[in-house]
Design a protein around this ligand. Structure first.
Ligand code: IMP
Ligand code: MG
Length: 179
């Protein structure tokens, strides 16, 4: 079985703390367009938006489908597949992803929104691996060791996204993409 890194209660505390910080910066009463990066954002984004509403922030939820990973490694390029069919001009955007590794995904997606005339574009991730350049992240939940993790939306070859906790994949298990 998998080693647990963060249990459901710990995740809940991290998400609530993120929502509190985001809400404090959203004092202008503007609705926030929360844009989740599929598929990994899903449980995190749902919990974050519910928590934001508890802090009085009005949100709209949009999704992008992006792919940058090949197996357990960044491929070095980011493909963006689906876009919000809404006007982005001057909108307040919060990009939400599950975990930061190289930072390439968030950097590219943030640039994409700015080029399309969005207003303030901020980024939020639940986790960052230690030693990474988190300059691209405005709201970081917590830092974890440099291991491959799954659960709470995150996958290893599409498995384990449904786990209510975050676990560490046994690195001895072969990377499915290299089979
Ligand atoms: P980056 O573009 O290198 O920052 O990679 C970020 C993306 O890689 C995230 O959106 C995840 O989908 C994926 N990723 C990075 N590390 C992990 C991990 O440990 N487990 C699962 N997915 C990961
Ligand atoms: Mg992802």
């Amino acid at each position: 079985m998998m080693d647990k890194l963060l249990d459901g209660h710990q995740i809940e505390q991290i998400v609530e703390d993120l929502a509190r910080r985001i809400a404090a910066d959203q004092a202008n009463g503007q609705p926030l367009m929360v844009v989740g990066l599929l598929k990994g954002c899903l449980p995190f984004m749902a919990d974050l938006c519910r928590s934001l509403s508890g802090f009085g922030v009005r949100v709209e939820m949009e999704y992008l489908r992006v792919k940058s990973y090949l197996g357990r490694r960044s491929s070095g390029t980011v493909q963006i597949f689906e876009l919000p069919e809404v006007d982005l001009v001057d909108r307040e955007i919060l990009l939400v992803d599950d975990i930061l590794d190289t930072g390439l995904t968030l950097r590219e997606v943030a640039r994409f929104f700015r080029e399309r005339g969005a207003g303030r574009v901020r980024t939020c991730v639940l986790l960052s691996k230690e030693g990474r350049d988190a300059a691209v992240v405005d709201y970081l939940g917590t830092t974890i060791p440099d291991v491959f993790v799954v659960g709470y939306g995150m996958d290893d070859a599409e498995q384990y996204r449904e786990l209510p906790y975050i676990g560490i994949v046994n690195q001895d298990k072969p990377d499915a993409s290299c089979a």
